[in-house]
Structures are given as C-alpha cells and as structure tokens.
Design a protein around this ligand. Structure first.
Ligand code: HAM
Length: 417
C-alpha cells in the first residue's frame, strides 16, 4: 500500500470541523479589523525566498523543497507566505490603492524539517500582513489580535513574548558587540552557532543547545544599543498592550528565524506542545518591500501555525463533528421513493439530513442513526405509507410524533430549525 510522505498528513473528517471552526473564528476577526484575503501560489522562484528569508537561515539553508523544473528554472514550494505577499504587493502595485493595506492568507507551507509532534513538512499557516504603517500601534494591534483569537478559541496556556531587534541605524553596533562577546566564548558554542557567530550572530541568542544558552547568558543586551526612535517605538508597543490588557513578557533573547525583521518581533508560546513552543510568530519588516524592488514601505505581520493551534484547541475541547438533525429511515423501495424528495428539499433548506438508501432493517437503521448522533429519526415503513403519516422520533427524549405526509417538509423545517 502506498503511504503518505513522511512529515505530511491527512486531516480527516472529525478533525476538519475543528479546523473550519478555527479558520472561521480567525476570518471573522480579520474581517472586523479590515484584513482582505489574498491567494498566492504555492510555488515561487527560489530566489524570492532566498533573498527575503535570508541565505543564512535554517529555512533557506536546509529546509526548502527546491527543484529545477523541466526548463531548469529553480522553483521552491513556499516555506512561508510573507515573501509571496510582498512580491504580489509590488507586482500588482497594490500600494497605489491605499497607503495602508492589510492582507491575510490561509494555506499550506512546506519545510523539510525533522518531523515530530507539532512539526510537519507540510503545515498550514493563518497569516496576516499590514503594509504602509511604521506605527508601533500596528505591531501592538497584531499582538492584540492574536491574544483575542486565542481567547475566543478558549486557549489559555499561551504567553505573548515580545522583543525589538532595533533598526539598521542601531543594530550594527550591537551585532559587533555581540560578535566580540561570542568570539571570546567560541569553544562553548555548538557547531551551528560557531558558523552563525560570524554570519548571523543574533541567531546564537535563541539556540536551544544548553551549552550555547549558558554561553549567551551574560551577552550584551540589544536594548542597551537602541537608538532613540527604536526605544520609544518599543515602549509604545508595550504601553498599547498594557492598555488593552494583553499580557506579555519581554524576551530579550527572542530573535526569530527569518532575516527580514526590524524592530518589534513577537511569538505566542505554549508549553502544551513539547519542544514546539511557538503557536504563532511575527514582527516588523520595514526593509523588505524596498529590498525586493518596491517602494520604501514599512510592514509588519504574523503567521499562526494552524496545525499547532488545532492540536491545542482539540486538547481543550471535545467533538466538533456536526451530527445530522434528521435521519430518514425508509423501509423498502416504495417508502424510499416517497421520502427521497423530502431529503433533497430539507437539505436544500439547510437542514442536516441523512437518508439510508439500503434495505437494512429498522433496527439496524436506528443503530446507525444513534451512532451518527442524529437528533431525530423520521420513520416511514409500509404502515406509515398506508396512513400517509410518518413517525418522528426525538432520539434524546424518545418521544414520537406523527407527522402527516401532507405539508411534511414545512412542518419539519419548523420543528428542526
Ligand atoms: P515562522 O515563525 O517561521 O514565521 O512560522 C510561523 C508559525 O508557523 C510558527 O510559530 C509555527 O507555529 C508554525 N510553523 C512553522 N514551521 C512549522 C512546521 N514545520 N510544522 C508546523 N508548524 C510550523 C513565519 O513564517 C513568518 N512568515 C511570519 C510572519 C508574517 N512574519 C511577518 N509576517
């Protein structure tokens, strides 16, 4: 038997309802805050991701699904949505429509990471991006949105971690100070960090290897190097969050794994998923639009790990499967022929209706209805056909009512809605 690709997964009925519930909750919230959906391709030229995410990141170095197509163009299955949204923003000159624009994307992303709980090679993100505002209010608004979404979904075991990475004016001095600090502790660093030390020293700060953690414990703090603008920007983000009662932790070691960030970055973290603690992550990326050939446009955004969020919500809540409101048990061909049209009409009226087209006995149909958790069963056998009256059984109270065939669909619509 041919099996799934490792790290990929099926989302089966039973689980899908939960995904739909999460997606709807997120979409309702996004809509209220003026986000418009944008649908971007699943593949892009490799160069787009390499340049935006950064050549020295784990994603670009070792996790992308990249291959030459038949003409030799290098293509990559998107590992994230931000780069593509920026490309579309520039390509379609969306900036000419309104100075501030908000977009959302929902869909699969691909990274060839080592699969484990909460980490897949095809995973889904719910992504939000805001273009055209450098205001710290927008960063705070995004964290507030994530906080609201978690609350609406009943997720309590989460904390917002925030940090600021400074800007091109103040970060280089910090980078240098950190580089010097790390070069004095080279022997303590893992092989990855030894490599990162020169090319991307900030990444050493969030290495999970205990020896590296110890080595950076006394590292200089980026906040001591902030320029005045970065300092007030980050301060305003914090004030806005506090004013809106959004709980957060300032995490000076938070750096994120993508190179495009400037100033505010954040993650929603949980202890519910073992090693995969980030349910969502994002931040400001003021230089990316320009770097990819667009006008100088500040931007900020986040992506939620849909799979991870679904796992947490599933652990908190029960079944999301929608049970039938009505199960039609028709006994024999004549009864089937009489009731079939009713099932179509009720379904078209939005009532969740299930009909058994088999020759099963009434007993086994009732068993099936029970297993499906149907709220009511409409029983139509030869006797009911003779009397032109169906029996409607409430599966919870076991009370049975007689419903005349004449006007049956309308009276069921009234009863079941
Ligand atoms: P990211 O932190 O790489 O950021 O991914 C965002 C979220 O996607 C993570 O917090 C995690 O929940 C989920 N995720 C990432 N990799 C996997 C995986 N292999 N399996 C399951 N879930 C995963 C970004 O992608 C940025 N584009 C976010 C952003 C938008 N920044 C600004 N705008």
């Amino acid at each position: 038997m041919i099996q799934l690709i490792r790290g990929f997964k099926d989302i089966l009925p039973g689980e899908v309802e939960l995904w739909q519930h999460i997606e709807k909750t997120a979409r309702d919230l996004f809509e209220a805050f003026g986000f418009k959906e944008i649908r971007i391709p699943i593949m892009e030229r490799t160069e787009l991701f390499a340049r935006s995410i950064g050549e020295d990141t784990d994603i670009v170095e070792k996790e992308m699904y990249t291959f030459p197509d038949r003409k030799g163009d290098l293509l990559t299955l998107r590992p994230e949505a931000t780069a593509s949204v920026v490309r579309a923003y520039i390509q379609h000159k969306l900036y000419s429509q309104d100075p501030v624009q908000k977009f959302c994307v929902v869909g699969p992303m691909f990274r060839r990471e080592r699969p484990q709980k909460g980490r897949y090679r095809q995973f889904y993100q719910i992504d939000a991006e805001v273009f055209g505002s450098a205001s710290p209010y927008v960063d705070a608004l995004l964290v507030q949105l994530l906080d609201t979404l978690m609350k609406r979904l009943g997720v309590t075991d989460v904390t917002a971690h925030i940090n600021s990475l400074g800007c091109p004016a103040c970060r280089p001095a910090y980078r240098e100070a950190l580089g010097t600090y790390l070069s004095e502790r080279r022997e303590a660093l893992c092989a990855d960090c030894e490599r990162r030390r020169e090319r991307n020293p900030l990444r050493v700060l969030d290495c999970k290897v205990p020896a590296c953690r110890e080595a950076v414990a006394e590292a200089p703090a980026l906040s001591d190097y902030f320029c005045e603008d970065c300092r007030t920007h980050f301060q305003t983000v914090q004030t806005c969050l506090t004013d809106q009662n959004v709980a957060f932790t300032i995490d000076p070691k938070l750096v994120r794994g993508l190179d495009y960030y400037t100033r505010t970055i954040f993650e929603i973290q949980t202890s519910a998923l073992g090693a995969q603690s980030a349910v969502a992550g994002g931040g400001r990326y003021d230089g990316l639009v320009k770097m990819l050939g667009g006008p100088d446009t500040p931007a900020t955004g986040f992506a939620i790990g849909f799979d991870r969020l679904a796992e947490i919500v599933a652990a908190n809540r029960g079944d999301y499967t929608l049970a039938p409101q009505l199960f039609i048990a028709a006994l024999g061909q004549a009864c089937r022929a009489r009731t079939y049209g009713w099932s179509c009409e009720l379904g078209r009226a939005g009532i969740r209706v299930e009909m058994d087209f088999s020759d099963r006995s009434l007993k086994s149909m009732m068993k099936r209805a029970n297993r499906m958790n149907a709220a009511h069963v409409l029983i139509v056998g030869p006797q009911e056909l003779d009397n032109q009256t169906a029996v409607l059984r409430n599966m919870q109270t076991k009370v049975q009512d007689e419903i005349p065939f004449d006007g049956l669909v309308d009276s069921l619509k009234d009863k079941l809605r």
